[in-house]
Design a protein around this ligand. Structure first.
Ligand code: MLC
Ligand code: AMP
Length: 498
């Protein structure tokens, strides 16, 4: 309800909404700032009429004021990633054709030139925040609210469009399941171009009138310092963050350890998601913090769908039961329900499910069957509790909570002048969950320079997509059909790394 979200804020007017590097801001401050941003975007027009507005700002006050401002002007909030080099930013801009691009003063380059080259209006967040407030449109919550880019099995990322009502359904389901209240105080350390940070943390907090403290970037030492102060009630992160926090705790002195663990004891809930939580991480975290991490399952297209319970038993290695308002089924390839206890694809139905992929009606159609969204994730269910077994495609990799497409990375690496053939796979890794690795066949006379390839890759792809390890092979393993055998390749890479 994004727009319904802003409508709720008046009731919390004097309460603290955002604690960020830029300062401490109340709900009233947020309403006033977003009104100025909306007026800046409108520049006298009545309504942005569901035109996308692309924006790039570090997690913090400018980000939230801008997001709300776009919603209040009738636009579609399209957050760009701080970790995307120019070609990836250009891809999103060319895919969405935004009415305006807005950048934080620290991120003007290369945004301004991307906008100028395309004749798109460009603005700086500071200008928008200083603009005189004017009249704003009334927004129907059935309208499009947000586009988030997600990798798929078909190469380039797709823009997932959610309406104000979709976002409201995603928020209210979590508010109910996890008992959010205005007394909550959460720390966000997640990036704000994905649903985990945007909906589960910031939007849920602002829905109930809670305090949302926003770090511009994850830093394990700083998170521990913040937790140690003992005034946070909630924390949500991906498994890699917990792995990094565990590492940092192990390195601390006994005195600091007890301070860190003490801060955790004061919290009411710690949540993990976006990738499988290893049971070993869950167990170590319990020893350190006293919390059994609540693991839940979600996806950009649906928000959160399945969750362990807040008060009842939490099942290690499982993601729990369907969230309020979300319907789940497990189906076979022809769409029939699988037998009880048998593996099946998770399919999802409910008001939380997205509207469409931006500008891709055919791809949208392919991901729905009889009104159910097909996730591509495989699970089993026993006694109402779901366990994720994996994904139906080897070409989707989850690294540190980011979903990346092996095909997209392969397409980019193939443009390297020395590379003749390439295949990308995800290799299990204790820190990252999966690590992106590439096998390349070099052109005659060329030798693989793995570090050089990483530097080259970072100019074209987000750093988290760039292979952490690359190996050169004489030829790629292929099956009888001539198709690269990724399971065989994974074994070859794993054996090379011992
Ligand atoms: C950073 N690096 C990564 C990476 N993150 N490499 C692979 N995978 C990642 N996820 C790179 C850096 O660029 C750097 O490269 C090197 O690894 C070391 O970085 P770091 O400083 O150790 O990383 P850090 O900044 O600590 O980031 C780790 C992280 C971050 C886990 C905090 O990746 C993160 O915020 N992940 C969360 C993503 C997320 O929100 N996903 C939710 C999607 S929504 P170099 O070469 O410069 O050294 C979703 C639905 C749902 O999934 O269910 O929630
Ligand atoms: P994204 O497209 O970035 O939103 O990522 C969604 C994907 O993350 C899902 O389709 C799952 O594959 C994965 N995922 C999310 N939560 C979990 C979880 N708790 N366990 C395993 N996989 C998860």
């Amino acid at each position: 309800m994004s727009i319904l979200l802003t409508a709720r804020a008046a009731q919390f007017a004097q309460r603290t909404a955002i604690i960020a590097p830029e300062g401490i801001f109340s709900y009233q401050d947020l309403l006033e700032a977003s009104e100025r941003v909306a007026s800046f975007l409108l520049r006298g027009a009545k309504d942005l009429n569901q035109r996308p507005v692309a924006f790039l700002a570090p997690p913090g006050w400018h980000y939230v004021a801008l997001q709300w401002g776009i919603w209040r002007a009738g636009g579609i909030a399209t957050p760009l990633s701080l970790f995307h080099p120019r070609p990836e930013l250009e891809y999103v801009v060319d895919d969405t054709h935004p009415a305006v691009i807005v950048g934080h003063p620290d991120y003007i380059d290369p945004l301004r030139s991307i906008a100028e080259e395309r004749n798109i209006r460009f603005g700086v967040t500071t200008e928008a925040l200083d603009y005189p407030a004017g009249n704003l449109p009334v927004i129907d919550p059935e309208r499009r609210a947000m586009i988030l880019y997600t990798s798929g099995t078909t190469g380039k990322p797709k823009g997932v469009v959610t309406t104000h009502n979709n976002i409201a359904a995603q928020i209210t389901s979590l508010v109910e399941a996890w008992d959010w209240t205005a007394d909550d105080h959460i720390l966000n350390i997640l990036p704000l171009h994905h649903v985990h940070g945007i909906v589960n943390v910031i939007a849920c907090a602002l829905w109930v009138g809670a305090k949302c403290e926003i770090s511009p970037k994850f830093d394990a030492g700083e998170v521990w310092n913040r937790i140690s102060r003992g005034d946070l009630t909630l924390f949500m992160a991906v498994p890699t963050v917990y792995a990094k926090l565990i590492d940092s705790w192990e390195k601390a002195s006994p005195k600091d350890r007890s301070r860190m663990s003490g801060g955790c004891h004061k919290m009411r809930l710690m949540v993990s998601g976006s990738a499988a939580l290893p049971v070993s991480t869950l167990e170590r975290w319990k020893e350190i913090s006293g919390h059994v991490l609540l693991e839940r399952y979600g996806m950009t297209e649906i928000g959160m769908a399945i969750s362990n319970s807040l008060y009842g038993e939490r099942f290690p290695g499982c993601v729990g039961a369907p969230l309020p308002g979300v319907e789940i089924a497990l189906t076979d390839e022809s769409g029939g329900l699988v037998e009880r206890g048998a593996p099946g694809e998770i399919v999802v139905r409910g008001p939380n499910v997205f509207m469409d992929y931006w500008g891709k009606p055919e791809e949208t159609k392919k991901t729905f069957r009889d009104g159910w969204f097909l996730t591509g994730d495989v699970a089993v269910e026993e006694n109402g509790i779901y366990r994720i077994l994996g994904r139906s495609s080897v070409d989707i990799i989850k690294t540190g909570g980011y979903k990346v497409s092996a095909l997209e990375i392969e397409e980019t690496l193939l443009t390297h002048p020395d590379i003749k053939e390439v295949a990308v796979v995800g290799i299990p890794d204790p820190m990252w969950g999966e690590k992106v690795c590439a096998a390349v066949v070099m052109r005659p006379g060329a030798a693989l320079d793995a570090d050089g390839l990483r530097t080259w890759g970072k100019e074209r792809l987000a750093t988290y997509k760039v292979p952490k390890d690359s190996i050169a092979l004489e030829e790629l393993p292929r099956n009888a059909m001539g198709k690269v055998s990724k399971p065989t390749l994974k074994k070859i890479i794993e054996s090379k790394h011992g």
